[in-house]
Design a protein around this ligand. Structure first.
Ligand code: WAQ
Ligand code: MG
Ligand code: MG
Ligand code: MG
Length: 248
């Protein structure tokens, strides 16, 4: 049997009652691994750079093997910049080449720079107008029901790049998503990425060290109904083959 296991943790109360998001993670694992992974996820919530969680939610349910979608991970391309400003400019150039407007890119960067609360999910923006499309306010759309195949070799504890690559690969496989912008809310993790043009573009400087703010924006093709997109991101079980994650 396969199980989907999802953890989210907050400090100062639950997410629902205004607590600060500390950590979240999701895996798809076999029954014999479930208790090990559960304990690993709880450990993550208790020992996080953003502080110790006082609220931890663990949800487990079964996965119907017949409904799992298997995809290959995006290939990785690395971009080296000298400053956060250059990082954001590089991100914008890449996204614009994929049909996302400068307006939408700037809006996304400004949103991530000025978020006042930490979201646990992503913001959906219209790729042309830059208008926000989801109505989740401070929660965001949380991509879930995903894992890397044979992830235990690389994903014990938190591996920022492989986790992000798994998420970005699922998001990029969603019909109607044109691109993604991300940097971590983990204070010392300054590498971010944009995903577009079927490539995971790693950018070495996307935020200043020690900033606790980060987030994700998904750029949506204009005139697409968002409900099927949100349903795919939140609920469809996707396994990503990251062994193929070639460096372009
Ligand atoms: N679904 C949607 N949004 C999410 C999810 C998710 N499953 N997980 C995190 N986010 C959003 C949320 O707003 C977080 O505050 C923010 O992203 C950052 O999450 O190649 O570790 O897990 O080395 O801190 C990039 C890796 C690491 C770059 C990103 O994000 C590289 C990272 P974090
Ligand atoms: Mg996380
Ligand atoms: Mg992550
Ligand atoms: Mg984080």
């Amino acid at each position: 049997m396969l199980y989907s296991i999802r953890m989210r943790a907050a400090k100062g109360g639950s997410h629902e009652t205004g607590g600060t998001h500390i950590s979240g993670a999701e895996r798809i694992v076999a029954d014999n691994e479930l208790s090990t992974i559960a304990s690993e996820l709880i450990t993550r919530a208790l020992h996080h750079a953003k502080g110790q969680a006082d609220y931890i939610n663990l949800t487990i349910d079964t996965v119907n093997k017949d409904n799992v979608i298997y995809i290959n991970s995006l290939p990785i391309e690395t971009h080296t910049v000298n400053s956060v400003e250059e990082g954001h400019a590089t991100a914008t150039d890449l996204l614009v080449k994929s049909g996302i407007t400068p307006t939408a890119c700037n809006r996304a960067i400004q949103l991530l720079l000025t978020l006042t609360t930490n979201m646990r999910g992503a913001i959906l923006l219209d790729a042309v107008t830059g208008k926000r499309l989801d109505s989740t306010n401070d929660r965001g759309i949380r991509v879930s029901h995903m894992d890397a195949i044979q992830s235990n070799t690389v994903l014990s504890g938190k591996h920022h790049m492989y986790e992000a690559l798994t998420l970005a690969s699922k998001v990029s496989s969603c019909n109607g998503v044109l691109g993604e912008l991300c940097w971590s809310d983990d204070p010392e993790y300054v590498i971010g990425y944009v995903s577009c043009d079927h490539t995971y573009h790693r950018i070495n400087k996307m935020k200043v060290p020690s900033s606790p703010m980060g987030g994700r924006v998904f750029f949506i093709q204009p005139h697409m109904p968002v409900e099927p997109i949100i349903d795919y991101l939140e609920n469809t079980d996707v396994l990503v083959d990251i062994n193929q994650a070639c460096i372009k």
